[in-house]
Design a protein around this ligand. Sequence first.
Ligand code: ZN
Length: 58
Amino acid sequence: MPLLGCVDCNKVLSPTTEVCSGCQSQDPFGTKRREKRFKLVLLLMLILGVISVGMTNT
Ligand SMILES: [Zn+2]
């Protein structure tokens, strides 16, 4: 099994680790953060889409 590094403290952890044993991070591989950013980008695209549709209608 390949080992992964914690995104916060670079400590090498098993991929199944949920809490970093080095810095106690609850998101040692940044997956939750990535998900959050992905949703933010989707929301931004939706808003931009609504704005551009509104502009072409007027
Ligand atoms: Zn860590």
